[in-house]
Structure formats: structure tokens, C-alpha cells
Design a protein around this ligand. Structure first.
Ligand code: GLY
Length: 307
């Protein structure tokens, strides 16, 4: 099987002065994940490594640089799912874990469940995961904005990655700092299987956007179901290109709820698609058919280059 990987740095609006940082950050993440796949690593390894790069980069709303809630604190959610056994793991409402995606991965390997708050942090510490001080997640720019009590800015939110390895297995991962000025204790879609991410034998999907809109349309599962055509077939038969599935999934969201969202989709053949209804969505992908990774912040730019 030919490996493939696609990552996203979040839907919404990318300010002009942040375009370069978004481009470079997405490129760095996809390169790290691709290197792992090239060396025979599995899809889970690639997804975890790529998302760790995005979590470490304050450009993105995941781990350091995450959105601040109404109390002026950053809380994080993340999850991972794999296609072979449908194992999954998630963490939510944590702020002492430096890389929530790695803890989600450990939970996935241990036993599928969603751990929140103190329980997740205790699990992470016991597993020897990298812990952090809650204040280390806050960056000056976010703090200034929060102190000025501005209306929530339209900053991209949530990062994610889906990968197919040479063994034919898929994995999806998603990580977020949630929404700006979110209520204390809020949990969005990111750590909820079917909403923020999904992976099975047909394909894998990671989403981004307003959790309140993503959850009711079960966006990630909807996109993967659409790979099988209009009626979901669980026989692993993929009849719809991920590009079409992603577009249709966002169409479902637009028709049923308000709000902005996006998704990246990879099918079991390594074909890639993505769609969003916000102004921007940074993505980067790499396949064996390409000489170098493709990165773009708006799909129109990408289409213009490939026509
Ligand atoms: N998509 C992230 C959130 O709504 O929390």
C-alpha cells in the first residue's frame, strides 16, 4: 500500500500576517509525519508526530497558544482513532499535559476511553508523559486579547492529521484549545469520536470548526460514511472520492446547522480530500505521487495551481 498523509491547522480566518507561520507550521508537521511513513512507521506514529509539531507551534490553537476560556485559562482536548481494530482514545479539559495527542495515543493503546480533567492528567503523569504548568500554555498575544475583553477573534482553531501507512492501516487524530472565551468546563467536538475524528476500513477524517455545529451532524463519521456513497456501507467498499465526500459532509453541515467547519479525508486507497465553509483552512499533504508536500491556506489557490 502506498502511504499518504494530510494535516490541517484549523478552519476559520488566517490573518495576513499569520499566513507565513501557518504555511511553515503545516509544512513542518506534514514532513515529520511523512518521514515516519516513509521509514515504515505506522499511521498512528505519523499522526501523533505530526500533531505534536502543531501542538508545539503557538501559531496553532492546540496546546501552547490555545484559546483562553472565560476564566482566562487554556484547556485542551485531543483524540486519536485507528482503523484496524477501531481503537480510540481521548482526553478533554486538561491543562497540565504538554502534548494531549500523545496521551490520547497511549489511551488508545491501553483501552479505549475518554478521560477528562484530573483523571486524564493522573493517567498522563503515571505513563510518564510530558507534563506542563497551566500558564505555560498561554502566549502573550492571547493574553493581551483576553485582557482587552475583545469579542472572540476569528482565529483558526483545532489541528488534525489523517494518515495511511504501508500496511494499509489508517489513523486520525485531532487536538484543540477549543473556542475563544469558551465557558469553563466546555468540551467541543475534538475528543468525541465520530465528530472530531473517525477512522475505519473505508477511510479516516479529522475535523475543525465550531464544536456546537460539528457535533449534531457527527461530521467526521458523516464524511467517512459518504466515502461509501449516499447510503453508508460497512463492507469497506469505497465508491466516492474523498474530495466529494468532504464537500458533501460540509454541505450537510451547512444545510442543517449554522457555524464554520472543515474536514480532511483520506480513503483506504490513499486518495485525499478536504473541504470547509470558512474563509481559510490551512492544510498540507504528501503522497508517493508527489515530489514534495503540497501546502495551501485556501483551496482556490490550490485549484488554481493544479489546473
Ligand atoms: N472544534 C473545537 C471545539 O469546538 O472545541
Amino acid at each position: 500500500m502506498k502511504p499518504a498523509i494530510i494535516i490541517h491547522g484549523g478552519a476559520k480566518t488566517i490573518a495576513a500576517d499569520k499566513a507565513k507561520a501557518n504555511t511553515e507550521g503545516c509544512l513542518a508537521a506534514v514532513q515529520v509525519g511523512w518521514e515516519i511513513l516513509q521509514q515504515g512507521g505506522n499511521a498512528k506514529d505519523a499522526v501523533e508526530a505530526a500533531i505534536r509539531v502543531l501542538e508545539s507551534d503557538p501559531t496553532f490553537n492546540a496546546s501552547v497558544g490555545g484559546s483562553m476560556n472565560t476564566d482566562g485559562k487554556v484547556f485542551l482536548d485531543a483524540a486519536m482513532m485507528e482503523s484496524e481494530h477501531l481503537n480510540w482514545g481521548g482526553v478533554a479539559v486538561v491543562n497540565r499535559i504538554a502534548h494531549p495527542i500523545s496521551v490520547a495515543r497511549k489511551i488508545l493503546e491501553d483501552r479505549s476511553y475518554l478521560l477528562v480533567g484530573e483523571g486524564a492528567e493522573l493517567f498522563a503523569a503515571k505513563q510518564g508523559c510530558e507534563m506542563c504548568e497551566p500558564n505555560s500554555l498561554i502566549i502573550a498575544e492571547q493574553q493581551e486579547q483576553w485582557q482587552q475583553q475583545q469579542v472572540p477573534c476569528d482565529r483558526p482553531e483545532t489541528v488534525g492529521c489523517v494518515a495511511l501507512d504501508r500496511y494499509g492501516h489508517l489513523a486520525a487524530g485531532t487536538s484543540t484549545g477549543g473556542l475563544e472565551f469558551q465557558p469553563v468546563g466546555r468540551v467541543g467536538d475534538t475528543a468525541i469520536v465520530g465528530c472530531g475524528l473517525y477512522a475505519d476500513s473505508r477511510g479516516a477524517c479529522s475535523t475543525t470548526g465550531d464544536g456546537e455545529s460539528v457535533i449534531p451532524v457527527v461530521l467526521a463519521k458523516t464524511a467517512v460514511d459518504l466515502l461509501s456513497g449516499e447510503t453508508a456501507s460497512m463492507d469497506g467498499n469505497v465508491v466516492c472520492h474523498p474530495e466529494v465526500a468532504a464537500e458533501r459532509a460540509i454541505e450537510v453541515l451547512k444545510q442543517r446547522v449554522e457555524g464554520e467547519a472543515g474536514c480532511i479525508v483520506l480513503d483506504r486507497h490513499g486518495r485525499i480530500g478536504w473541504a470547509y465553509n470558512s474563509q481559510d483552512m490551512a492544510i498540507a499533504y504528501m503522497t508517493t505521487d508527489l515530489q514534495q508536500p503540497v501546502v495551501c491556506l485556501q483551496k482556490d489557490q490550490h485549484l488554481a495551481k493544479t489546473i
